[in-house]
Design a binder for this molecule. Structure first.
Ligand code: HEM
Length: 109
């Protein structure tokens, strides 16, 4: 039982990179989300939109919008980070972000 009034921080970054649920957790692997690979994985192992009765009502809309936006950008531009991922310093805010901003290089394909 949790005491009333306490604050709990859920480390989604750690959950989403847990090798127990994701092979090579630091590698971007969209195939992790193919139905055959997601099947049987713990219900709370992927929670960017929270989970349970108060989870995000805009989840499907947000994912569709993100896919359209990303595919439009990536079909037209090459995007690269100016710093390697190991150098990123992260800041947990309302969203997780880099302390020094998103320094990226964009050039037309
Ligand atoms: C990438 C985009 C988005 C992310 C990562 C996101 C994430 C979340 C998360 C984590 C929560 C739960 C907050 C909590 O536990 O208190 C939430 C709730 C909610 N989201 Fe989103 N969201 C996104 C986009 C959207 C969009 C586009 C809409 C509306 C069109 C939306 C509407 C809502 C609403 C209404 C709730 C409150 C649900 C409730 O309390 O019953 N979200 N969202």
């Amino acid at each position: 039982m949790l005491p009333a009034g306490i604050t709990i921080v859920i480390g989604t970054l750690k959950i989403h990179r847990d090798p127990k649920y994701y092979k090579n957790p630091n590698v971007f692997e969209p195939d992790n989300f193919l139905p055959e690979n997601a099947q049987g994985r713990h219900y709370y192992s992927y929670i960017p939109f929270s989970a349970g009765p108060r989870s995000c009502v805009g989840r499907k809309f947000a994912l569709l919008k993100l896919k359209i936006l990303l595919s439009t950008i990536l079909r037209n531009y090459k995007v690269a980070s100016a710093a390697p991922e190991e150098k990123f310093r992260l800041q947990a805010d309302i969203i997780l972000k880099r302390t020094d901003g998103f320094r990226i290089k964009i050039e037309p394909r």
